[in-house]
Design a protein around this ligand. Sequence first.
Ligand SMILES: Nc1ncnc2c1ncn2[C@@H]1O[C@H](COP(=O)(O)OP(=O)(O)OP(=O)(O)O)[C@@H](O)[C@H]1O
Ligand SMILES: [Mg+2]
Length: 351
Amino acid sequence: MKLKTRLVIAFFTIIILPTIFTTVALHTYDPKQASEIQQTYLIIIFITAALLILWIYRAVSIPIKKMQEAAQQIKEGNLNFELKVESEDELGQLSQDFEDMRLRLKANAEEKVKFDRENKELISNISHDLKTPITAIKGYVEGIKDGVADTPEKMDRYIKTIYNKANEMDLLINELTLYSKIDTNRIPYNFTTISAIDYFGDCSEDLSMELESKGIEFHYHNEIRDDCKIIVDTEQLRRVINNIVNNSIKYMDKPSGCITMGVKDVGDFVQIELGDNGKGIAAKDLPNIFDRFYRTDASRNSSKGGSGIGLSIVKKIVEEHGGNIWATSREDEGTTMSFVVRKYQEVPVDE
Ligand SMILES: Nc1ncnc2c1ncn2[C@@H]1O[C@H](COP(=O)(O)OP(=O)(O)OP(=O)(O)O)[C@@H](O)[C@H]1O
Ligand SMILES: [Mg+2]
């Protein structure tokens, strides 16, 4: 019942009762009886007034007490309680508004936590990937300084690689600047339709140059048609390949290391396989290697550095491309990482 209705009822009861009793008392000619009526009237008025006040007080005090407790919880930072709305009066409406406000605050707080977590993740992903080109540039510059690039062709290749690596860094830093400006943690992917054969051909050239300087053999085999096109963000896909190949280099335990790259057509997708003959991954670890911060046998791996986020970045990027990634491996023999990216299909136009 509405508070206003309760007050109106109380008002009329208090007004009507004395009127009735006064009328009755006036029509009673016996003074003794009239005095008795007056006494009864006083008692009844007293009890009725007390009951009415209690009735109104309870309607007001209970929701106010509940709201007071709720406000205290919010003050202490707890948004996980529920304010039960039991009446439909004005205070019930106020409690409902309070409950809506709590739900809104809770949603905002959860969103902020998620945003902060993604923000941290993003910055650590970019810092992770920035390390690779920096190390490579340092390596090539040292090579030039030590006279390893002793022919004009070699010098040319070294300079070209340094330039490419500096470009990669530039893109990552641009990404970081962009994130700090926009209010979202989603990578603004720049999908384009490109020729698969050209793209992976270029990648394989870069990799062969990089791996040669590290004394690792590299083989590239391509089984796709010349006109095959893929829809990818070329820079993000490079991050995927770089991360996988860096792992192959990092976990290589053979003196004659060998890395292979294969590209094949699998219907609606193009499948890329990057294999190595490194130390391999135990079957029990395989399902977890794409989890963030997961490193196999941390104590044995600690000498290799790393935080266990490389493959989580890879997985995220491949999935954002509408593809998926998996690994096959045999301990002491090597690992193959395979992933697929969408092929561009030309829709036949009806004649
Ligand atoms: N080619 C590989 N050969 C052997 N083990 C691998 C290979 N690739 C990944 N792993 C195992 O999977 C784990 C997870 O790889 P991931 O790239 O996510 O992290 P990381 O290389 O340890 O660290 P980070 O990439 O952050 O520097 C590695 O710790 C390693 O044990
Ligand atoms: Mg790694």
